[in-house]
Design a protein around this ligand. Structure first.
Ligand SMILES: C[S@@+](CC[C@H](N)C(=O)[O-])C[C@H]1O[C@@H](n2cnc3c(N)ncnc32)[C@H](O)[C@@H]1O
Length: 230
């Protein structure tokens, strides 16, 4: 969830909502997740590291290191063009020069579908065979939490569309853990429950479809059972 200090003023946000309402979609129902009652992303990541004996960690998008500083592992790299982590650059710049491989990659950079797809593909290329990719902000509760451009101070972006698209790929196995804004989980193995969807461009998916089918689209996993599927 991004809480951006440099967020445009309220008037700009309302104007953007109005435009989204006219041009994209009108839908007012919301999902009732209470993320204050679930484990945090760093609880889940540290559990995974401990149970799989992972040694190497990459975080894309670190901001003020709220998560990065809590990760307990032998070697960690954090990439962010603005603040936090260990390397000041975008994820694209990082992947174009990186020669390392990783056991665990946490994608939490630019929350826009097209960039998330690139981050997933680049991560798969440097992920060790039994490694895991996690993605933050996969379960927006309201339409305004997932609009592009941002229209609400609490914003997940449209990362969820990248999860739905990944669910249609045969070569990777994708889930979403019900914790901390929704944690996408991608494993480098054959898809065990492929999603068949006929849409040409996943960017065109509607929030209403996500609302109705999100259990199937996102392949939800209980936060206490995620270790069983890895
Ligand atoms: C939601 S914050 C990350 C929060 C952090 N992972 C945590 O859990 O506390 C998103 C961060 O992504 C960074 N970012 C934006 N575009 C990026 C890009 N192309 N590559 C890498 N990071 C990017 C922003 O500068 C921002 O600090």
């Amino acid at each position: 969830m991004i809480r951006n200090d440099a967020l445009p003023g309220k008037l700009t946000l309302y104007f953007r909502r109005f435009c989204y309402f006219i041009k994209n979609e009108r839908f007012s129902k919301k999902l009732s997740y209470d993320w204050n009652k679930t484990q945090t992303r760093f609880d889940i990541i540290n559990k995974l590291i401990k149970s799989k004996k992972f040694k190497t960690y990459l975080e894309i998008g670190c901001q003020s290191d709220v998560n990065f500083s809590k990760i307990e592992i032998e070697k960690k790299i954090g990439v962010d063009p603005q603040s936090g982590g260990t390397l000041r650059m975008t994820s694209d710049e990082f992947f174009s020069q990186n020669k390392d491989t990783f056991d665990l990659i946490f994608i939490d950079g630019l929350h826009i579908h097209e960039q998330v797809l690139k981050d997933i593909d680049n991560s798969l290329n440097v992920l060790n065979e039994s490694g895991v990719i996690l993605l933050h902000d996969c379960l927006p509760a309201k339409i305004w939490h997932q609009t592009i451009p941002q229209t609400h101070s609490s914003w997940n972006g449209d990362v969820w569309k990248s999860i739905v698209q990944s669910r249609t790929r045969e070569d990777i196995d994708t889930y979403t853990i019900k914790a901390d804004q929704g944690l996408g989980l991608i494993l480098k193995r054959k898809n065990r429950d492929i999603l068949v969807h006929t849409i040409d461009n996943f960017k065109d998916l509607k929030f209403e479809d996500y609302y109705k089918y999100h259990e199937k689209f996102m392949r939800l996993v209980d936060e206490n059972k995620f270790l069983e599927i890895i």
